[in-house]
Each structure stands twice: as C-alpha cells, then as structure tokens.
Ligand binder design. Sequence first.
Ligand SMILES: [Zn+2]
Ligand SMILES: [Zn+2]
Length: 136
Amino acid sequence: MAELNGGCLCGAVRYTTNAVPEFVGLCHCTDCQKHTGSAFAIMVRLPKTALQIQGPIKTFSKLGDSGNPILRHFCPECGSSIADEPTARPGMINLNAGTLDDPSLVVPTLEIYCDSALPWVQLAGMQRFARTLRPV
Ligand SMILES: [Zn+2]
Ligand SMILES: [Zn+2]
C-alpha cells in the first residue's frame, strides 16, 4: 500500500505510516460514537511502531468492554479524534480514517459492535460482528 498521511483539522497533529493495515473496519460502539461525534468510527488497524505521529497529542483513557483501557488520542487544539489504542491488543493502534488526507485510500470490509449501530446504517458487502472481532 502507498504511504498513508493525515492529520487533524487545525494541522497541529500530523502522522504518516507505510504499514499495510491489518484491517479497515467500522466500529459502532457508543464510545466511538462519542469520540468521533459521528455514527461510527472508521478504524485503520496498524502496528503502533509503524505509525509516526507529530504534534501535541492528548490522550483520554476509558475502560473498554474487555475491561482493559482504550486510549483515545486527539488534538488538544481542535479536538479532532486521531486514533484509539485498545490496550487489550498490545502494540496495535486504530487510526480514524476521517483524518487521512485522502480517506478514499482505505476501504472498510467489516463492522464491529453492530449491536449499537444506528438503524439507518445499512452497508452492503460488509462482514458484521455483534460486538468484538473475535473473543477477547
Ligand atoms: Zn488540531
Ligand atoms: Zn468502538
């Protein structure tokens, strides 16, 4: 895959990666709805070591379903939600695809936490999971 570049709304935070995503998926969980201010998060799952972030990232931590914290990274200047880090999956990070310079470079193939999906979200050709991708 080509290099993926992105950043926040104000430009204070920038990131780049060369990694091939493990997957691109939508998360309908209520925490992702809050964090992104939208119907779902578009997650680009990458090894954390393959992602270079520059800028004044702030992190909010909240326990996820697994009982482990999910670290949610955002720009303290403009509030853009950049990524989340499920500590139940050590070493992995989920970029929020809406912050990519060209979000069309990634295409989601699966949806998780469909249990809390908004009823009007009806997408064709997706692999759907009620909650997590696999047993924790
Ligand atoms: Zn910003
Ligand atoms: Zn979520």
